[in-house]
Design a protein around this ligand. Sequence first.
Ligand code: ADP
Ligand code: MG
Length: 541
Amino acid sequence: GEALERHEFGAEVGRLLDLVVHALYSEREIFLRELVANAADAVDRRRFEALTDHALSLPADAKVRIVPDKEARTLTITDPGTGMTKAELAQHLGTIARSGTAAFAKSLADAPAGDKPSLIGQFGVGFYSAFMVADRVEVTSRRAGTEEAWSWASEGKGDYTLAPATREEAGTDIVLHMKPDAEEFLEPYRLQTIIRKWADHIAIPITVARDGNDEPANEGTALWRKAKSEVTEEQYADFYRHVAHAFDTPWATLHWRAEGAMEFSALLYVPGMKPFQAVEGERESRVRLHVRRMFITDQANLLPPWLRFVQGVVDTEDLPLNVSREMLQSTPVLARIRKAVTNRVLSELKTQAKDAAKYEAFWDNFGPVLKEGVWEDAENRKDVAALLRFRSSAVEGWTSLADYVSRMKEGQEAIYVLIGDDTGALAKSPQLEGFRAKGVEVLLLDDNIDAFWPERLGTFEEKPIRSVTQGTVDLSKVAGGAEASEAADVTLLLPLLKDALKEDISEVRATDRLVDSAVVLAAPEHGPDLQMQRMLRRAGR
Ligand code: ADP
Ligand code: MG
């Protein structure tokens, strides 16, 4: 028509379009996430504007509609949001105003070919991702509070057109003329699956048209954004099962909102059952990162590996929706959130640990994972150590390091541990004889990680932690208990034994550690403990 105006894209747009279309082919489905996110943003903006201007209020049944038309080979996404004026269409869809998008173009250009597809999951590539699936895109929009509508159209080849249009109400329609190889995105079922995966928690209803009906495609709850008082136990548990792909009931639910220096909402769960993955599988936390409700990635390592069993969502206002992978790795915003979230989980465990019976259920599932924190997290080592529980030679059930220390005998200088493969066998070990006789308690450790962390921790409440199998243990200062029986004179025997066993041992010495048994193995004072030696042997070292 006569009013049709033709415009060139900004130079950067051309480059971005080319990158998006050609480099990200294997992740094409995210175009829908981007367009739905834009639609939801526009609705949010209109809701906000309506706070001060009631004329802009949203219709009561406001929703984002996705309408596939197989015959016409079009996919239409419609929203009742703010809409765009002619100038806004030109500015927002014709230039790159936002540095985030420009940064994306740069990192995409710089990334090795194999990395490009995986980049997209971490970035919002925005409106232009529509050209991955469409060879022509038409946007018809009417700004809320104005009378006129405009149409923007482009084939993504360097220019776009603007023309006057008609639209009954404020909002935006985006019509994608699908490429021949993108017809899968005209299947309602496929579209619903994509929405569930990427945009399930957008608060506004999203529908997909099937056989003339608009079918709901999202749950739209964004439960973590609600006040605690508005959420039932059952809703918390349902959402847990959804994010954790689990069937059990969470052992603990942590829901809070940080405001002030940092702004985020978090809804985290400690599972009630042990999923195989938590202990044996990958070590990275899979807590989901959302930005303003939109799912961004589950690979932001929001918690350290030793809290990888924690499931859930952290949703922040402090990052842009098109946050880049570099930004995810380097931004101080995420570092601060990580620290705050880790501290919150630790303090929750500390509180729960006061209920010994309840804590035991947690400990049975995730104790070995938590112990990794003592080994690898210098910053939290002491706090994690206080959360550990152990079997003991002296008491039934589980005990803590603090309780052990409170039971230490007068003159006892160290916290003694015996490390092996199974506490039942450890409880019968001859290594314990001398300690039993003196009434000195020994903690019995049988997780793989137990060969590693005690040495790292070093001390607890200033008491050194010592393996009973390592070097010489002097119990002579410990008060009470049975005095060591009159030691037999073995001065002549020692050199004979040493000579006979010289291939296998480095030293033979007398000990007051035994009562009934004649001999026991000991590790050298400085060097791997017995259990560590066993593990190294098993590993073939
Ligand atoms: P981003 O969403 O990160 O800003 P996009 O490329 O996705 O980047 O979108 C560019 C801009 O176009 C948006 O910021 C918004 O101003 C505008 N826009 C896109 N889609 C819509 C829509 N459905 N309604 C209103 N404005 C929109
Ligand atoms: Mg966007």
